[in-house]
Design a protein around this ligand. Structure first.
Ligand code: HEC
Length: 114
């Protein structure tokens, strides 16, 4: 009988640990893309008017509709300077993490003005 209890206890621990690890994995994917956009200074040169992000730069490029033209995968490459738009690489070097970049490009790729 005692054996069954320790066996059940063992299972319980495994389940608890699994839940713990899972909640951590979730945290990672809940990066706030708009916040990254601002902390990484993208808003120095870009606005996203549909999301209330306004650049101080007068001739800022608005990215509110960028998802209609480019997919997230391409934007990730573009920001990493592995891909070009109109024969030119992006002029700005992204200094955040891979996860932050993925969050930002996923968000940008979803921006479509109707
Ligand atoms: C120093 C100014 C500057 C900063 C900072 C900057 N960009 Fe840009 N970005 C540009 C310019 C200028 C272009 C237009 C293409 C070119 O001339 O390089 C551009 C183009 C783009 C485009 C393509 C737009 C299109 O429709 O062709 C995307 C997407 C983009 N930037 C995203 C970002 C992101 C994300 C960040 C932050 C990590 C960022 N940019 C930071 C200047 C900047």
């Amino acid at each position: 009988m005692k054996n069954i209890f320790s066996y059940l206890f063992f299972i319980l621990i495994i389940v608890a640990l699994y839940g713990f690890a899972y909640s951590f994995a979730q945290d990672k994917s809940s990066i706030d893309a708009k916040k990254v956009f601002e902390t990484q200074k993208c808003n120095m040169c870009h606005s996203v008017s549909t999301d209330g992000i306004t650049s101080k730069k007068k001739d800022a490029i608005d990215l509110s509709n960028v998802g209609s033209t480019y997919k997230a995968d391409f934007l990730t490459k573009y920001i990493k300077k592995e891909a070009k738009i109109k024969d030119a690489a992006h002029k700005f070097t992204f200094k955040g993490t891979e996860e932050e970049l993925a969050a930002v490009t996923k968000w940008l790729g979803s921006l479509k003005k109707k």
